[in-house]
Design a protein around this ligand. Structure first.
Ligand code: HEM
Ligand SMILES: *[C@@H]1O[C@H](CO)[C@@H](O)[C@H](O)[C@H]1NC(C)=O
Ligand SMILES: *[C@@H]1O[C@H](CO)[C@@H](O)[C@H](O)[C@H]1NC(C)=O
Length: 522
């Protein structure tokens, strides 16, 4: 009897000390940043089991809430930097940045603010790669990969995108006056997949084929890539044996992963066995050259690295582009007046029935402005995670322009908050409005960072801009894009309609979940 109550008291004491320790750690962390306002939660935003926003529990920064809130969390916190302090991990601090001056310092100083690799573990599924590396290893990989993103590759991207959209018109849409697209990503995902397939891997896919798995495969390339990228989180949450033997859903992920690996191997074998090594400018051929031969720098890429980077090109190369193209078409459908301006501009650059050439790319400035304004409002990558290597300070401002200096202890997570930056009213007039023309004059360059920047900025920016400008220009030149009429939503206001079409979800990147559009022949 006595022993039992003693054991209970002991357990309570231990629990009490544990809780006290956590409370003290938490208070110390809050004090360490001079009580800068922000999230005070049980978990921090990198706790992947709970990616939602619940007051006091989790900030939900890794979810679509972050996009919907835009700058609002900063407005409430009062400063262009806000904090997140969590109880678990113990007294951990994250600083969220929407201040372009501070962000410029952070992205420019790679060794003082290295990338946090934690959130990128998921991308190591197929091997080490450029996105999920840091330090000397990253430097080596970037040097090997960079030459692949050449002017010649951009030209290939342009020509192939034009070809793919032309084929869509000729063989799929034909002479139909209106084309109903139940879900806009059903159109944009195939386009960007076909582009990355040919400009990334030298493999042309036609609109007609690729609906049945080729001999020796259980899925098409498209299916396998789609399943893997949409469900990549399984890799982190579910052990391998369970993926293999679990529910049909888990098994299909497992199969898709194996299939994708087999397709990558096919590509490698095909390239190796080809008798004549003709000069090719797809990314993969250049990567293989870096893998096989010694490059100028004298470095060589390992097998593991080859697989990892091939996979990264597939994921990075189609998701982000497919989704931004989808948002651009949605925004144009929601703003017919802007679409007319764009149409007039495209027509002035490319007269009727001419095929736009790569030389036209730089003249299509209005298309570029539409693309930029789309990326401002819907940046596919909504957080860019860094951490501080040293004790330092940041100085930021509030709405009145007053300054505040924030201590940044070594080990603090520093997260660039893209939606906050892109909607910061100190830099953007009427930030909610879709106004492409704001990019045609001088605009606050440092407050626009969809591709990140500095030495770790997106290596595929040119690829993506080329592909998107070509596809958008061709689509808008020939068709008027509208929101599909639906009697269920007959009474909705314009704002409700916008909210419905722009509803989004975060997978590896952000995407629109349900946007039915129609294309009407001009
Ligand atoms: C609209 C399209 C795109 C957007 C918005 C985008 C955005 C980004 C961002 C924000 C980063 C930095 C991530 C970080 O530091 O945490 C990044 C890096 C990267 N992106 Fe993109 N990207 C796009 C298209 C592409 C394409 C088409 C490719 C390849 C074909 C690509 C390949 C990469 C790679 C390899 C990196 C890592 C670079 C490094 O760490 O050195 N991206 N991208
Ligand atoms: C679009 O944004 C890019 C930076 O991502 C910039 O280099 C380019 O000049 C901008 N162009 C237009 C027309 O908006
Ligand atoms: C539209 O496509 C997205 C992305 O592929 C998907 O998640 C969503 O369920 C689709 N919506 C409808 C209504 O089919």
């Amino acid at each position: 009897m006595l022993d039992q109550s003693r054991a209970v008291s002991l357990a309570l004491l231990v629990a009490g000390v544990f809780v006290l320790q956590k409370v003290l750690d938490f208070r110390r962390a809050v004090a360490s940043i001079n009580n800068l306002p922000g999230f005070r939660t049980l978990f921090n935003e990198r706790f992947i089991w709970f990616p939602f926003r619940v007051r006091g529990v989790s900030p939900g920064i890794q979810s679509e809430v972050n996009l919907y809130r835009k700058y609002k969390d900063f407005e409430e916190a009062g400063w262009d930097i806000m904090s997140g302090v969590s109880v678990l991990p113990s007294g951990h601090v994250t600083l969220y940045l929407a201040d372009p001056v501070v962000i410029k310092e952070v992205i420019g100083a790679r060794s003082r603010f290295p990338k946090s690799l934690g959130p990128y573990q998921i991308l190591l599924t197929f091997g080490p790669n450029l996105v999920a590396s840091e330090g000397e290893d990253w430097k080596k990989q970037r040097k090997l990969v960079a030459p692949a993103f050449s002017e010649k590759n951009n030209r290939l991207v342009w020509d192939e995108t034009v070809h793919i959209v032309d084929q869509l018109f000729a063989t799929v849409w034909g002479d139909k006056e209106t084309i109903d697209v139940a879900n806009i990503t059903d159109l944009t995902v195939p386009i960007t997949l076909m582009v990355i397939s040919v400009a990334g891997f030298g493999r042309r896919i036609s609109w007609k084929e690729d609906t049945a798995a080729p001999p020796g495969h259980k899925m098409t390339f498209k299916e396998a890539l789609n399943i893997v990228s949409r469900n990549l989180f399984i890799e982190l949450l579910v052990p391998k044996w369970l993926q293999r033997w679990g529910t049909p859903y888990l098994r299909s992920f497992h199969t898709a992963k194996q299939e994708l690996e087999a397709y990558m191997q096919d590509l490698i074998d095909l390239r190796r066995s080809s008798e004549v090594k003709e000069e090719r400018h797809d990314l993969f051929s250049s990567l293989l050259d870096a893998h096989e031969g010694l490059t100028i720098s004298g470095e060589r890429m390992s097998d593991d690295n080859l697989f990892g980077n091939v996979f990264i090109f597939m994921i990075a190369g189609y998701e982000t582009s497919a989704h931004s193209l989808a948002y651009a078409l949605i925004l144009l459908a929601l703003h017919p007046d802007e679409q007319e301006k764009l149409y007039e501009h495209i027509r002035s650059v490319i007269p009727d029935d001419q095929t736009p050439t790569y030389e036209d790319f730089s003249k299509l400035t209005y298309t570029m402005a539409v693309f930029n304004e789309t990326l401002r409002l819907f940046p596919p990558v909504i957080t860019i995670p860094k951490e501080s290597e040293e004790d330092t300070t940041f100085t930021t401002t509030n709405a009145l322009g007053e300054k505040r200096t924030i201590p940044v202890p070594k080990g603090t997570f520093v997260t660039i908050h893209t939606p906050g930056l892109h909607n910061n009213p100190k830099y953007w007039d009427d930030p909610d409005a879709f106004r492409p023309a704001r990019f045609l004059g001088p605009y606050p360059r440092d407050a626009f960072l969809p591709f990140s920047g500095g030495p770790r900025g997106c290596i595929g920016r040119g690829f993506s801009e080329t592909e998107s400008i070509a596809a958008l220009s061709l689509l808008v030149a020939r068709y008027r894009v509208e929101v599909r009429d639906d009697p269920r939503f007959a009474g909705e206001t314009l704002d409700e309609r916008k909210a419905r079409l722009c509803r989004s979800k975060l997978s590896v990147t952000l995407y629109p979940t349900c946007a039915p559009l129609v294309f009407k022949r001009r």
